[in-house]
Design a protein around this ligand. Structure first.
Ligand SMILES: [Cu+2]
Length: 664
């Protein structure tokens, strides 16, 4: 059904008014770079050469699809970890061993839009073991091992489109959740091929509970809960008294499917969805769900074979809250909620309506009482809606404009990012009074307090992740640097200490004390445990073999040479596989491998590891290969040659390293 022209004009009218309002509000922004740091403040971020930072800060690479790691308080970037996007620096997605990690039901997808890093937890406190991050576009969740700072596991989420409210974990990382941003029709091809305007009848949402195996980190979907068609935005787990529950913000309760900017902003209140996941787990174990056919990939990197393994899963267990009626409840939340945050005690749930002029704070005790008393305000698509007044702890009045996200310190204070008025606002969970506000430069999205969404915030800093950086850094063409800002929260007043540029869009971030991560560091892979099928454990095990047009080279690297370094008998059109084992058993001695004309990136092989580069030579000649990662004084000498002969050539296949001492 087409909307009448009159309605369209009306709706556009309200949208335009909103736009105007927001742009007028931008006048609240600081106008200049003044009011920057004082001399004293700068010294608080100075980390002496040779000294370590106090915190690791894991920052989303946004549309780069990566996860970057910074030290705090210095803001020094330590590593960019490839996750969903190929990365030539480390060969991620280019080596034969890492390609399975980026496999999906759509094939090899070497990009995603990553949003939210989430640290694994023990008893509700980050434990430094893993960091999860979501791929919003082709719905995936990755698990990064903080022993190796490498992506260990990636799972694709079926029946999901726009994996935004993700990947938040339960207090002992029993589950990591994924809420679909876009509701979609599901099922068979016929069931999915429906008119878009049948949204209300045919579109559904899902929230998925993914189980990472505690030892291996392999991931699978334990169960999915089917929800009414809406958009799910963010989420957080309960803790303490609310342990066993999960809270999701949702917008578009209007169930619009066109021009959401206007059409999904009609109602005064959307919802926060409260899910009793302990109950869902119970139902799933009792077989109360329905197994539905789907296909999704679970990819896992095996540190013994040094190779990614893909498993294709064929079904998922779905629970329907309209049948299992004590599973899901809606709480009204003004207006177009974005952030959904649970305070360290687990009693308060903070909703951040991005178009709301106040911040509602809900009480878990009151939610339970309202559920017990069936204190409903009707239902939404068959799910009970609890009365707003019954579940409300209170409202923070006039906090600022465009509240998005809230994190907490250990002293009962909350810090909310205000996108439109570009500021961080500190308020009291108890009195709901605004205590302090500080400008950010500009349009802050997420913010982070170390441990600030856990049971035990470490406090000390709040970091702003900004969308716009005008006038903060040297210009870099049409696009300015993305940025973060570090503030001290140790005193009553927040104090700006540092600006630092970041990679991609610094969407969300988490931080924890370095001491929780440092002792876990893997220094090298034990070559005696290397089970790669093409391992060469020493130079004596190197060789070359032809199987039809495939040529396999078992090669080794050690400072500062390859064995073999002279190869002949390769022909144009052959598929040459260099299986390279790094024989070093020492920290920080990777070797690289690159060959002229290769259509992929280099390899970067860690000590004790084996990695494979596929190369299809297309021209006759003698082709050099070399090590790309500086490894010793004679790194430049770490090179070799491959002779490539015409397709029909009879040149004998051989591989050797000529030793001067041996006189051969
Ligand atoms: Cu080298």
């Amino acid at each position: 059904m087409k909307r009448s022209l009159k309605t369209t004009t009306l709706l556009l009218g309200s949208g335009a008014a909103l736009f105007l309002l927001f742009n007028t509000m931008q006048g609240c922004r600081p106008q200049t770079t003044q009011a920057a740091v004082t001399g004293e403040a700068g010294s608080k971020t100075y980390v002496k050469p040779g000294s370590y930072d106090e915190f690791y800060n894991f920052v989303s690479g946004g549309f780069s699809g990566q996860l970057s790691v910074y030290g705090l308080p210095s803001g020094r970037m330590l590593r960019n970890i490839p996750v969903f996007s190929v990365n030539p620096e480390s060969g991620w997605g280019y080596s034969e061993e890492t390609k399975p990690m980026l496999m999906t039901t759509h094939g090899f997808i070497p990009w995603d839009d990553s949003h939210h890093p989430e640290l694994s937890m023990t008893d509700g406190v980050p434990d430094g073991k893993w960091c999860f991050i979501n791929g919003n576009n082709t719905p995936r969740i990755a698990l990064v091992d903080l022993g190796t700072f490498r992506t260990k596991s990636i799972i694709e989420i079926p029946n999901c489109a726009g994996n935004h409210s993700s990947p938040f974990t339960t207090p002992n990382s029993e589950y990591v959740i994924s809420g679909t941003r876009f509701s979609i029709p599901m099922g068979t091809d016929t069931e999915r091929d429906v008119p878009i305007e049948s949204y209300r009848e045919n579109f559904k949402g899902t929230v998925s509970f993914i189980h990472p195996e505690p030892e291996s980190g392999k991931m699978s979907i334990a169960f999915q809960i089917i929800t009414p068609g809406m958009n799910f935005d963010l989420s957080h787990t309960g803790k303490g008294p609310s342990d066993g529950w999960f809270f999701f913000s949702c917008y578009n309760s209007e169930q619009a499917y066109s021009l959401l900017e206007v059409n999904a902003s009609q109602r005064d209140k959307d919802f926060i969805m409260a899910v009793n996941w302990k109950k869902a787990e119970e139902y799933a174990k009792a077989g109360k769900g329905r197994k539905v056919p789907v296909e999704y990939y679970s990819n896992w990197y095996n540190d013994e074979t040094h190779t990614g393994e893909s498993t294709v899963m064929k079904e998922v267990l779905q629970l329907d809250p309209r049948e299992l009626t004590d599973l899901v409840y809606f709480m009204p939340c003004p207006k177009s909620p974005h952030g959904c945050d649970v305070d360290p005690t687990g009693e308060y749930i903070v909703g951040s309506g991005k178009l709301a002029a106040l911040i509602p704070v809900f009480s878990f005790t009151k939610i339970q009482a309202a559920i017990a008393a069936k204190d409903h305000d009707g239902d939404f698509m068959g799910i009970p809606v609890l009365k707003y007044e019954s579940v409300l702890h209170g409202e923070v009045k006039k906090p600022g404009l465009g509240p998005l996200h809230t994190e907490f310190d250990a002293n009962g204070n909350a810090y909310t990012s205000m996108f439109v008025s570009s500021e961080i606002v500190k308020w009291s969970l108890k009195s709901l009074e605004v205590l302090d506000r500080v400008p950010t430069y500009y349009s802050i999205g997420h913010l982070c307090v170390p441990g600030g969404d856990s049971k035990k915030p470490w406090g000390k800093y709040v970091i702003a992740y900004n969308k716009i950086t005008k006038d903060r850094f040297l210009p870099t063409g049409p696009e300015l640097a993305q940025s973060a800002q570090l503030f001290s929260i140790e005193g009553d007043k927040m104090e700006l200490l540092l600006d630092f540029p970041t990679i991609g869009e610094p969407h969300y971030a988490q931080a924890l004390p370095a001491e929780l991560v440092k002792p876990r560091e893997v220094k090298f892979f034990d070559i005696n445990k290397n089970k790669h099928p093409y391992l060469a454990k020493g130079e004596s095990e190197t060789r070359i073999e032809r199987k039809g047009n495939e040529v396999h080279v078992w090669m080794t690297t050690i400072r500062s040479h390859f064995t073999p370094d002279n190869i002949e008998g390769v022909k144009v059109g052959d598929e040459v596989y260099f299986h390279i084992t790094n024989l070093e058993q020492d920290w920080d001695v990777p070797h690289g491998f690159a060959i002229k004309g290769a259509a992929t990136a280099e390899l970067l092989i860690m000590p004790g590891e084996t990695q494979t580069l596929k190369w299809v030579p297309d021209q006759v000649g003698v082709v050099p290969m070399y090590c790309t990662d500086f490894c010793s004084a004679l790194h430049q000498e770490m090179q070799g040659y491959v002779r490539v002969s015409p397709a029909g050539s009879k040149v004998e296949l051989k591989a050797e390293t000529r030793s001067v001492d041996a006189g051969s």
